[in-house]
Design a protein around this ligand. Structure first.
Ligand code: GSH
Length: 336
């Protein structure tokens, strides 16, 4: 059975796609750090990410809040994919640290070359091709010692970084998935709802070409936001499961961080802003203020990456009322 906190059901996927529904595919590499094949060792593992990609944002957040900066290296692709005239074809993630971003007119300082395989690949696709795989998605967790991909499913990467944080050389006192059966069941249930209606739901709203699929995703997204707002409001709890930041908070954050400045417009999620939900807004600011979160979040990459050819590569600049983003996230008092 599909774990709906990790990936969506693929039943009738071809027919659903033909009808205009965006159906996310299944990731092919599913091994785990901590196994005999991939032991947990500091300095051995590497991440390939796009900072605009919300699935990558999960793993950059985990790396950062768990204090794994020094022990897990990372390369960052350019947020816009290859153009139509690229010799390898369009829509591919590429390492291009000198490419100019249309948003700023300059290179993006976070972008890197590929430094982990020893081959200096230009494209993510080439890293997969070296293992005979025809995939091209990010994030990718890579074993530098074995020269192999470990896993390319963000939900699993996030979980294994948390579970192996100490052995990997993590420095922080953060436990994203504490060893308590009741709490784990609560986190798992939230993860599934948040994945289906919010994280992946945003893509269903923005990338499906069928009005009724869009309308259902729009409704489910805002219903879930209202439910999460009520959950936080009920006892004024700081985080989704109470007093402590957990995996459920971490997985909600990338979507809400993008909502007002990007998704409201790009994903046609213009029902309301997060700023219109006082408890969710204050939660967003609270998470943003946690050590490591701001450093793992890159608003310029998010803006640059979502407005490609069909938006003329021109990036909307707002909102600036009541304040520009992401600076607004330093102001919990902005919401009612
Ligand atoms: N299940 C994957 C999905 C990742 C995913 O969809 N990544 C997108 C970027 S936001 C991607 O790389 N798509 C390009 C492709 O699949 O070729 C995960 O969560 O890790």
């Amino acid at each position: 059975m599909t774990d709906t906190s990790v990936e969506e059901s693929q039943s009738n996927a071809a027919a659903r796609r033909a009808k205009g529904e965006f159906v996310r595919g299944v990731s092919g590499f599913r091994a785990a750090i901590g196994s005999a094949e991939f032991p947990a060792e500091p300095g051995r593992y590497h991440l390939f990410v796009a900072l605009n990609c919300p699935w990558c944002h999960r793993v950059t957040l985990a790396r950062s809040v768990l204090g794994l900066h020094a022990s897990i290296s990372m390369d960052v692709v350019f947020p816009s994919r290859t153009d139509q005239d690229d010799p390898a074809g369009p829509n591919l993630w590429q390492f291009a640290p000198t490419r100019r971003a249309t948003l700023t007119g300059a290179a993006l300082p976070e972008c890197t070359l590929e430094t982990a395989t020893g081959k200096g690949h230009r494209l993510i696709k080439e890293i997969y091709a070296a293992e005979g795989a025809d995939e091209g998605s990010v994030p990718v967790l890579y074993d530098k010692k074995a020269g192999r991909i470990v896993n390319n499913e963000s939900a699993e990467i996030l979980r294994m970084l948390g579970q192996n944080a100490a052995a990997l050389g993590g420095a922080a006192e953060v436990d994203l998935y504490p060893d308590d059966a009741t709490l784990r069941a609560e986190i798992d249930a939230l993860n599934a709802e948040i994945y289906t209606d919010i994280n992946n739901g945003a893509y269903k709203a923005g990338f499906s070409s069928d009005q009724s699929v869009y309308a259902a995703a729009f409704q489910a997204y805002f219903d879930r936001l209202a439910q999460l707002e009520a959950r936080l409001a009920a006892d004024n709890r700081p985080f989704l499961c109470g007093d402590h930041f957990t995996e459920a908070d971490l997985r909600l954050f990338p979507t809400l961080y993008r909502h007002d400045p990007v998704y409201y417009l790009r994903m046609k999620l213009n029902g309301a802003r997060i700023l219109d939900y006082p408890y969710l807004w204050r939660w967003l600011c609270r998470v943003y203020a946690l050590p490591g979160v701001r450093a793992a979040s890159a608003m310029n990459h998010c803006r640059q990456g979502y407005f490609g050819r069909s938006w003329n590569n021109v990036i909307p600049l707002g909102p600036f009322v009541p304040m520009a983003y992401p600076e607004a996230y330093e102001h919990p008092e902005l919401a009612g």
